[in-house]
Design a protein around this ligand. Structure first.
Ligand code: ATR
Length: 267
């Protein structure tokens, strides 16, 4: 059977095996997908070993996305733009590095949730690896403006330099309200909320947290309390990026909605 895996550290709580096994059942693909804990200094050797043993594809999660970018023989355009790789595939050209995170987010927002991005004023919270991966795909949807707010302003400024549509800000000095707010900080992991003025949310604002959990995140609760129109967590992004990796490997697009439900029921 064709072998796939997700590499990370930690990896115990990865939902990827559950998601890909469900995709394989849904689309009747004969494949096996496992999770593998990789030593912090052992990524490249583990990846070489995996492909040498006949493995067909890998998903890469924290903290190896930059090393996977360096490891790949060839890169897709979106991997080059993100400067990070979450999907490795065996191809005729060698090991190809791709990044499906941005696709997963945009597909969730525009298709599953049906929230428009075109012509809307967008606020992104955070300027780390997660945000870098979604910026180009987001700009492809032609928002009217994107503001990146980050605790460390210089990181936001660096990302903002890619397009005149994008500007950088500190949280406290954010001006006016936004149509769409995407939380890409890891602050909610610690139960923290960036110190934004409440005026960033109005009654039409849609708020998306790239994090997810059994219960609404701190960011989602904050947005609901301020009367935001809609809130969503990042489970759909997780399943969406997996679906795009699966498509890259198997040439078949799984249906994401039933799998999002299935994973949510087990959170
Ligand atoms: P990831 O790959 O998940 O994006 P990262 O590159 O370490 O991880 O980035 C984490 C992001 O969350 C950064 O934007 C970070 O802000 P800094 O650039 O100032 O470090 C942000 N972040 C983490 N904890 C935060 C907190 N308690 N409040 C606000 N922002 C926080």
């Amino acid at each position: 059977m064709d072998q796939y895996a997700v590499f990370g550290n930690p990896i115990e709580h990865s939902k990827s095996p559950m998601i890909h096994t469900a995709f394989a059942e849904q689309t009747q693909q004969a494949m096996e997908y496992k999770k593998q804990l990789v030593a912090i200094d052992g990524f490249k050797q583990a990846a070489r070993d995996f492909f040498a043993a006949g493995g067909r594809g890998l998903n890469i999660t924290v903290p190896f996305k930059l090393e996977a970018f360096e490891f790949a023989d060839v890169l897709t355009e979106r991997a080059q733009q993100a400067q990070a790789v979450n999907t490795l595939s065996l191809t005729d050209q060698g090991i190809e590095g791709d990044n499906t995170d941005g696709y997963g987010l945009i597909n969730d927002i525009t298709s599953t949730l049906n929230w428009p991005v075109h012509n809307r004023r967008v606020l992104i919270l955070g300027a780390g690896g997660a945000v870098r991966g979604i910026l180009h795909p987001l700009l492809n949807e032609r928002p009217s403006e994107v503001v990146i707010a980050n605790r460390t302003l210089s990181r936001a400024e660096e990302l903002a330099s890619i397009s005149p549509l994008v500007s950088a800000s500190e949280f406290e000095t954010l001006d006016g309200s936004f149509d769409l707010i995407i939380n890409g900080t890891s602050a909610s992991l610690a139960g923290d909320l960036p110190p934004m003025p409440n005026s960033v949310v109005n009654a039409n604002t849609q708020c998306y947290d790239m994090m997810y959990g059994q219960n609404p995140t701190v960011f989602m609760r904050w947005a609901m309390e301020l009367g935001a129109a809609q809130v969503a967590d990042g489970l759909g992004m997780l399943v969406g990026q997996a679906a795009e990796s699966f498509y890259r490997w198997r040439g078949v697009r799984p249906e994401v909605a039933p799998i999002i439900q299935q994973v949510r029921a087990k959170l």
